[in-house]
Design a protein around this ligand. Structure first.
Ligand code: GLN
Length: 455
């Protein structure tokens, strides 16, 4: 049914870079056979899932939305894909995204646009745009995305879905095409808080192949969803609004929907407190230094020799350097080049302390501010994004800063490594508004408890 739905709708929506019907049907048949034979299967065996095209899948092309990897068929599996296969979830295909996860609209994909099913003249958000639309358009019940600076939560907000960025280190990054390694996290998307919890449960857990993987036991997220769904579960819960995310930063419709959701939570017994985050005004600047710095280093591997695309110079000698230069000129899009330049500059001798060093100090301040805020509040709340889904064409404007500013509410979670969730909070002019919850590190279950109470 999901494959039929993809077939019927994906010409317009464009969620997928690759659809993998044969593999999906083979897994489904295998699950049916094993179930008929009385085997003890994973509870979600047979539930289909889509994977953002940064999740490395042996034998299935993995592009990261880039021409650089257009024909790259990986020889190994990411841990996330291995877990999904082991549990018997059929993979429907690989979803569209901004090139190397850099962007907020999915317009930076080398494989064409993804349209928001709520209004196909608007973008789905990004960079996990195809992941979000695959869930929103009922093409897939569950979708795997990645969030380096909001890339699961913001597209969830734009498409009326639920998206979660787990605590840094709680889901393996082994075999996830790297953007900024100290910020990247894999996260689940679904149409309900319980669906996101179910997928999260499957994805999380220690992985010796990821040096930043936490060794914690995985909490019971579905139990947290159930606890939150009980009457009175919001009683006494302290929801903290952030003073420095001022109301003027939001569109009227977004502000109204957020305020209404907050009032409903208050009527249900939640206490609304205001917390201070003085470092917030520098957080965005720090992110847009740290992220390109790490990305410029991670993307150095695309040299025309080891991975994917290889382009030889049109004239002159064919050397390692000229091949690298011709390959990178042809293979990377404009936004990726912009960030490599920014990152290389920020890391260069003489500037390193002033830029990267200062940004790392801001990161510590953000962590401290958040720790202090969580003394006063159980979760922090804000609109996920300042607007609803934007029309196409913002990325081609000459002002990339305008889009960067939209990440103000989401990036502190990545800088501090804490978990965050975006869930739908009504509509503004017929378009979904996202409500963000943030919790302290390792308290991802709190998001599910409060999220299911608010949902
Ligand atoms: N908008 C953010 C950026 O462009 C999102 C990145 C991400 O989370 N992958 O950097």
């Amino acid at each position: 049914a999901h494959l039929d739905r993809i077939e019927a709708t994906d010409d317009v929506i464009g969620s997928f870079i690759s659809v993998t019907p044969d593999a999906a049907l083979a897994t489904a048949a295998d699950v049916d056979r094993r179930r008929a034979a009385g085997e003890d299967l994973h509870p979600f065996a047979g539930v289909p899932v889509s994977l953002k095209d940064v999740v490395v899948t042996a034998g299935i092309r993995t592009t990261a939305g880039s021409k650089m990897l257009e024909d790259w068929v990986p020889p190994y599996d990411s841990t996330v894909y291995a877990k999904i296969k082991d549990a018997g979830l059929p993979v429907l295909g690989k979803t569209n995204m901004d090139e190397f996860a850099m962007g907020s609209t999915t317009e930076h994909s080398a494989f064409g646009p993804t349209r928001n099913p709520w209004d196909t003249t608007t973008v789905p958000g990004g960079s996990s745009g195809g992941a979000a639309t695959s869930a929103a358009a009922y093409q897939a019940p569950l979708a795997v995305g990645t969030d380096t600076g909001g890339s699961v939560r913001q597209p969830a907000a734009f498409t009326g879905t639920v998206g979660v960025k787990p605590t840094y280190g709680s889901v393996s990054r082994y075999g996830i095409v790297a953007m900024a390694s100290s910020l990247d996290q894999v996260g689940p998307l679904g149409r309900t808080v319980a669906d996101a919890a179910a997928l999260h449960q499957l994805l999380a857990g220690h992985d010796p192949r990821d040096s930043t993987s936490l060794s914690d036991a995985v909490p019971d997220f579905l139990a947290a969803v159930q606890a939150g769904a009980r009457d009175g579960s919001l009683k006494g819960k302290r929801l903290g609004t952030i003073r420095q995310l001022s109301a003027d930063d939001y569109d009227d419709g977004v502000r109204a929907a957020f305020t209404q959701a907050l009032e409903l939570a208050q009527q249900a017994g939640a206490e609304i407190v205001e917390v201070d985050m003085p470092s917030l005004r520098y957080a965005l600047d720090a992110y847009y230094l740290i992220m390109p710095s790490e990305a410029s280093s991670n993307l150095a591997r695309y040299d025309g020799m080891r991975f994917g695309l290889r382009v030889e110079p049109e004239s002159g000698p064919v050397t390692a350097e000229t091949v690298m230069s011709a390959t990178r000129a042809a293979g990377f899009g404009a936004e990726v080049k912009r960030r490599i330049l920014l990152g290389t500059y920020a890391l260069s001798a003489g500037y390193y302390d002033a830029y990267y060093g200062s940004a790392q100090k801001v990161r510590t301040l953000v962590q401290r501010d958040l720790a202090a805020a969580f003394e006063k509040a159980d979760v922090l709340v804000s609109p996920t994004a300042p607007t609803t889904a934007l029309p196409f064409g913002m990325e081609s404007d000459d002002d990339p800063m305008a889009l960067y500013l939209g990440d103000a509410a989401t990036i502190p979670a990545n800088l501090a490594g804490i978990p965050g969730m975006s869930l739908p909070a009504g509509l503004a002019n017929g378009m979904p508004v996202g409500f963000q919850l943030l919790a302290p590190a390792r308290e991802d279950a709190r998001l599910y408890e409060v999220g299911s109470a608010i949902e």
